[in-house]
Design a binder for this molecule. Structure first.
Ligand code: SF4
Length: 304
């Protein structure tokens, strides 16, 4: 049978390689559509840990592929574009954290999953935005917490739980592009819509929201809500997932500028090339993976 298009070619290779394709909710629509699993960081981490296929193609950014490789070290993990990094994860280096922790020697280190494997290896526990509140609440009350790298998520956790934390001054450039004036304009254009915002947004935007939640929590909230229209304050790839999940409802971006260029580096052609060539592979040095695994395992055990 002739192979006619890129999706057919990917499907043929996926079968031949015994591969599964995982895609983050911020991926391009066509990438989400071809994936076996679409989810947020926590869901992808859990599914990677349980994956039985020999090959995982991780359509997301580099730390997500590293997380899969750490949690399931027997598997081959491919990332279709090795340049798909996360600027927030790059805002904390092992050297910088070591110096920072020298000032906080007794601190319990909670790392957002948006960090490199080296930083995870220096952490007591990881979290995603889906389970961050519960992770922080799990830390003994008498311990100082250093939270990194997202100051906005850290601020939201402290505001919600009352737990003071020492924050690293990192941020997501994509979420910081969601400015209050853009949100006001979207609200004026769609006064009937509910405003749902991710806690990676600046506090001034989070304070305006009707609902604050992680990617998966926003998806669940919009699907289950009686409301018919929503303004979405997070990366705009989620709109594709939302429209598939709740086709009868309307979704508007708070701003179309919330488009992560790293997430969008992944394209169908690159998935095909990755499966064809079995690269780029993401390999975490065993001694780093060993130390990072404990913090990640503790993360996936705490539900969102
Ligand atoms: S949306 Fe932000 S946090 Fe997510 S990968 Fe892009 S830069 Fe990193």
């Amino acid at each position: 049978m002739p192979v006619e298009n890129i999706e057919d070619r990917i499907n043929a290779l996926r079968k031949e390689r015994g591969a599964v394709i995982f895609a983050h909710n911020y991926q391009r629509g066509e990438v989400q559509d071809i994936a076996d699993v679409v989810g947020d960081s926590l869901e992808l981490a859990r599914r990677a840990r349980e994956a039985e296929a020999g090959v995982i193609v991780l359509c997301g950014v580099h730390f997500m592929a590293q997380t899969a490789a750490i949690l399931n070290p027997q598997k081959t993990v491919l990332i279709p574009d090795v340049n798909a990094g996360c600027p927030m994860a790059c805002m904390v280096s092992a050297k910088g954290l070591k110096e920072f922790l020298a000032e906080h020697p007794e601190a319990y280190v909670v790392s957002y999953v948006n960090t490199t494997a080296e930083i995870k290896a220096m952490s007591d526990i990881c979290c995603t935005s889906a389970n961050a509140l519960k992770v922080v609440e799990s830390v003994p009350a008498d311990r100082e917490i250093v939270f990194l790298p997202d100051r906005n998520l850290g601020h939201y956790i402290t505001k919600t739980t009352g737990r003071e934390m020492t924050l690293w001054e990192g941020f997501c450039p994509t979420h910081e592009r969601i400015l209050p004036e853009f949100v006001e304009a979207a609200r004026s254009a769609h006064p009937e819509a509910e405003l749902c915002v991710h806690p990676e947004c600046a506090p001034s935007v989070v304070d305006m929201a009707d609902f604050v939640g992680s990617t998966s929590q926003i998806l669940r909230h919009c699907a289950e809500s009686d409301r018919e229209s929503f303004i979405i304050g997070t990366e705009i790839g989620i709109l594709h997932t939302l429209r598939k999940l709740a086709p009868g409802k309307e979704f508007f971006p708070a701003t179309k500028l919330a488009d992560c260029p790293d997430m969008k580096l992944i394209a169908l052609e690159k998935i095909f090339w990755a499966l064809r060539d079995m690269e780029p592979r993401v390999v975490v040095p065993p001694e780093v993976a060993e130390r990072a695994r404990g913090a990640l395992e503790r993360m996936v055990e705490i539900t969102g």
